[in-house]
Structures are given as structure tokens and as C-alpha cells.
Design a protein around this ligand. Structure first.
Ligand code: AMP
Length: 281
């Protein structure tokens, strides 16, 4: 296994890479994204598989959440190397947000402000995501970038951004990687107590059980009730159009168009999100 080159400034990055942006504290979910990026690089004869590690301050609306976000650069670099990355780029805040340059004000695509989802609960979050992804893309100039479906709304936002900014970057979505018991892997899972982790299993269970309901209204009620009974604090538990994330009437039944179940809730102090296709299994 060749060790990935640790790069600190964008000037040393090769263009045309296959890119995986992250905030570090990497786990097997991120490793799967890097392996996918390495596969794409092989298919395309592209020389570089790049992972960025940057805890982006502009996407945190809670300073305490930013302060406690886990930082594990050495372990992250080892994980990236093993998964096939050629470069790990850990930029400074000043490189991403030069102090002399005013922050641009992005025009957020509709998918970022779909009612009742992340935007309502984390005001400003997607502005920060838009700012950082655009800046990372400008500096890295990748040929393709891999994002996880775990952050479904974020993936939709990045796809919309590519259209809006007319960027020639292929966006590849990767399925969510889960623990054997179904919990979606997340850097925030380390904060869960044993009891909270146990309760958190209800999130993926609720998304799976929702597939047995015949209408959107029933599915939403079922998920909400399951989360509450497990002692979790639901923020949203909804079924949406998978692409636009627009709300649906409660009487909507499963149809040919793709629908998605999405949940955000708190287990103690920790906020967790997950999503799945809403379809009968
Ligand atoms: P993060 O650094 O955790 O904010 O995420 C970096 C990238 O990894 C994003 O594209 C996430 O959607 C993706 N990701 C995080 N957790 C998972 C997971 N369990 N499965 C698949 N992708 C993930």
C-alpha cells in the first residue's frame, strides 16, 4: 500500500482527479467512497484520487458542535491510503476562506430550501455547504467527485449546484454504509452513549418499517411515533419526492416516481440523519 501524499496547499494538487470531500474523522462509509473513487480513476486512467479533510466552519450553525467535531488526521490519512487515495489534502481555514476576500453570497437551489428539512432546522447550513463545495471544486478542479447518499439533501444540492454553475464535474452518489445492525455510519456516532446508540437503531428500523405503509401520511406517522417511543427527539420524519424533496400530500401512494424517506432526530445531544428509498421490499 502506497501512502497517500499529504498536501497542505492547493497549488500542489494535480487537476483532473477523482475527488472525495470530507470533514475527516473517517470511517468505513468514507473508505467505501474512496474505494469507489479509486475504481473510477482506474476506469478513466486518471492519475489522482484526492480526499480533502476540512472541518468547514461556515456549515456549522452551532459553535459547540464545531468545537467538539472529532479531528483524527493521522488515522484519516492511513484509512485513505488503504482505500486507494493518492493525495490527502488538509487545507487551512485561510486557504478556503482568504480573510481579504469577502464571502460570495450563493444563490441556493430550491432543493436546499425544501420546507421542513435541513434548512428549517439548521439555518445557514446549506449556504456553508455550497460555499465550501464550490471553493473546493475551484481549487481541486476534479474530473469527478463522490458523495454519500447518507446526506441525501446535500447530494441533491451538489447536483443542482453543478447545473447552476455549469461545472464539468461528474457527481457520483454512493449508497449509505451501515453498521451490521443497520445504524448508518457517521462521525458523530462516537458521541452516543450505549443507551443512545441502542435507541438510534430505531432510525433505520423506522425507515424500513415505513415501506410497509400504503400512504405517505401513514408512513410519516409511523416513523414519528417509533422515534418518540424510542426516546429520540424527531426533527422531521417525512416521505418526499426523491429528486425535488418537495412535500407530498398525505394520501399519496407509492407510484412510479422515486420517493424517499428522510429522518433527522436527536439522541441526547447528538443530531443524527438517515434516509432510504420508500418502496416495498
Ligand atoms: P462527512 O465528512 O461525514 O460530512 O462526509 C463526507 C462524505 O462522506 C459525504 O459525501 C457524506 O455523505 C459521506 N458519508 C458519510 N457517512 C457515510 C456513510 N455512512 N455511507 C456513505 N457515505 C457517507
Amino acid at each position: 500500500m502506497a501512502e497517500a501524499l499529504l498536501v497542505h496547499t492547493a497549488a500542489d494538487l494535480p487537476a483532473g482527479s477523482i475527488f472525495v470531500p470530507t470533514m475527516g474523522a473517517l470511517h468505513a462509509g468514507h473508505a467505501a467512497l474512496v474505494r469507489r473513487a479509486a475504481e473510477i480513476a482506474r476506469e478513466r486512467g486518471s492519475p489522482a484520487v484526492m480526499v480533502s479533510i476540512f472541518v468547514n466552519p461556515t456549515q456549522f450553525n452551532d459553535p459547540a458542535d464545531l468545537a467538539r467535531y472529532p479531528r483524527t488526521l493521522d488515522a484519516d490519512r492511513a484509512l485513505c491510503s488503504k482505500a486507494g487515495a493518492t493525495h490527502v489534502w488538509a487545507p487551512s481555514v485561510e486557504e478556503i476562506y482568504p480573510p481579504a476576500a469577502p464571502l460570495p453570497e450563493p444563490r441556493l437551489p430550491a432543493v436546499a430550501t425544501a420546507p421542513g428539512l435541513e434548512d428549517g432546522k439548521r439555518p445557514g447550513h446549506f449556504r456553508g455547504v455550497y460555499l465550501v463545495v464550490k471553493r473546493l471544486f475551484d481549487l481541486v478542479r476534479p474530473a469527478a467527485a463522490v458523495f454519500g447518499e447518507k446526506d441525501w439533501q446535500q447530494l441533491a444540492l451538489v447536483r443542482a449546484m453543478i447545473e447552476q454553475e455549469r461545472l464539468a464535474i461528474d457527481i457520483v452518489g454512493h449508497e449509505t454504509i451501515r453498521e451490521p445492525d443497520g445504524l448508518a455510519m457517521s462521525s458523530r456516532n462516537v458521541f452516543l452513549s450505549a443507551a443512545e446508540r441502542d435507541a438510534a437503531l430505531t432510525i433505520s428500523r423506522a425507515l424500513r418499517f415505513a415501506a410497509r405503509c400504503s400512504t405517505v401520511g401513514e408512513a410519516e406517522l409511523l416513523m414519528w411515533g417509533m422515534l418518540e417511543r424510542a426516546g429520540l427527539e424527531p426533527e422531521y420524519a417525512v416521505i418526499r419526492d426523491a429528486a425535488t424533496l418537495a412535500p407530498l400530500s398525505p394520501s399519496t401512494r407509492r407510484s412510479t416516481r422515486a420517493l424517499r424517506g428522510l429522518i433527522a432526530c436527536r439522541a441526547g445531544k447528538t443530531r443524527l440523519i438517515d434516509n432510504m428509498a420508500w418502496s416495498a421490499r
